[in-house]
Write a protein that binds this ligand. Structure first.
Ligand code: PLP
Length: 400
């Protein structure tokens, strides 16, 4: 029979996908399942972006492009970094890939030797640790719970650094916690990094445009230009512009790293999709005012979900600064008994129970490395969220 390679031996099919498949099967059986698991906005890609893609097709831009991004898109990205982040990247310091996921993959493939360590604050987006492992690296997971605002502290960072540390990977606003680092949160971490010149900084700013209550987004390289020579700033169009299916992500970083990433990309995909790159030029250069409206809509949903969760005894939800996820604690429900007589021992038991009894699919904290919590993605209609939260509350009330 088939024997998988050792590099993927410890990597199972993601829990998120398993839950999604189970929920979809229940739906097909006619059960009214509400899925709050998906990590994508329910909005449509803006019209001007779609038009730009159609125009690119009509112009014949349907062939291979430059390896790591068309000059037009690299210019649009460099302009974005300067305009929105105050960071100046030259065109040869910019790379474009098939989603931010490929950017992460290129970066780790191009930089990690067997045994190199990557420090990842936890809870973390599952792909981080899996990609590091596929590339032969060792994820060093540092727990950052709700009392710490789900943020890494300078002492924790310093303690985790060894001679083998290659990268620290920070994600703000975070998937799954929604927590974001402001200037005051970043500063002590950047000061630690200044003392360890062998450690590089990777930041994932994917949810930059989804922040609330006047939160002021900053990216580390803007705060500490001395780190620019050993930092990779990752972003993309998937979440801000509702373009998950177009598969375009990008990054700015030192030229030598960007070149090494292109070597990986050249043997993986040759280039990102030509049509999607043309669409992304319009997304970045075109009108940005709809971002505010969508933010407002996400904020209403966040407030609704946080309030409804905190009204349930045994559940405790911190108000997130950004992204479209809540990461609520369910420690108060561990040890309780379901009507069928089963004990809720873990957050995964709790989310299984919610799927079976409330017909709501959410993801256990264990999928993101931190328990006992569960993640709700609120990138769905307010009506559906209200319905789902009502069913969750009813199911929790049935626990003895
Ligand atoms: N980074 C974070 C934190 C994410 O949540 C995601 C998607 O879920 C990505 C990166 C990847 O985005 P994409 O590959 O669509 O650009």
């Amino acid at each position: 029979g088939f024997k998988p390679a050792s590099r993927i031996a410890s990597i199972g099919v993601s829990k998120i996908l398993q839950i999604g498949a189970r929920a979809a099967a229940m739906k097909r059986d006619g059960l009214p399942v509400i899925i709050l698991g998906a990590g994508e906005p329910d909005f449509d890609t803006p019209d001007n972006v779609k038009q730009a893609a159609k125009a690119a097709i009509d112009r014949g831009e349907t062939k291979y492009t430059a390896l790591d991004g068309t000059p037009e898109l690299k210019k649009a990205i460099a302009a974005k970094f300067l305009r929105e982040n105050g960071v100046d990247y030259a065109l040869d310091e910019v790379t474009v890939g098939t989603g931010a996921k490929q950017i992460l993959f290129n970066a780790f493939m191009a930089s990690i030797n067997p045994g190199d360590e990557v420090i990842i604050p936890t809870p973390y987006w599952t792909s981080y640790s899996d990609i590091v492992e596929i590339c032969g690296g060792v994820p060093v997971l540092i727990p950052c719970d709700a009392t710490a605002g789900f943020r890494l502290k300078a002492e924790q960072l310093e303690q985790a650094i060894t001679e083998k540390t290659r990268w620290v990977l920070l994600n703000s606003p975070s998937n799954p916690s929604g927590a974001a680092y402001g200037e005051a949160d970043y500063r002590p971490l950047l000061d630690v990094l200044l003392r360890y010149p062998h450690v590089w900084l990777m930041v994932d700013d994917m949810y930059e445009h989804i922040v609330y209550d006047g939160f002021s987004f900053v990216t580390p390289v803007a705060l500490e230009p001395k780190l620019k020579a050993r930092a990779l700033t990752i972003n993309g169009v998937s979440k801000a512009y509702a373009m998950t299916g177009w598969r375009i992500g990008y990054a700015g970083g030192p030229k030598a790293l960007i070149k090494a990433m292109a070597v990986i990309q050249s043997q993986a995909t040759s280039c990102p999709s030509s049509v999607s790159q043309a669409a992304s030029v319009e997304a970045l250069n075109g009108p940005q005012d709809f971002l505010k409206e969508r933010q407002e809509s996400f904020k209403r949903r966040r407030d609704l979900v946080v309030a409804a969760l905190n009204a349930i005894p045994g559940i405790d939800c911190r108000t997130p600064e950004g992204a479209f996820y809540t990461f609520a604690g369910c420690g108060g429900l561990i040890g309780r008994k379901t009507p069928a007589g089963r004990t809720i021992e873990t957050d995964a038991d709790f989310t299984d129970y919610l799927l079976e009894v409330a017909h709501v699919a959410v993801v256990p904290g264990s999928a993101f490395g931190l328990s006992p919590y569960f993640r709700i993605s609120y990138a769905t209609s307010e009506a559906e969220l209200k319905e789902a939260l009502k069913h969750i509350a009813e199911a929790c009330a049935k626990l003895a």
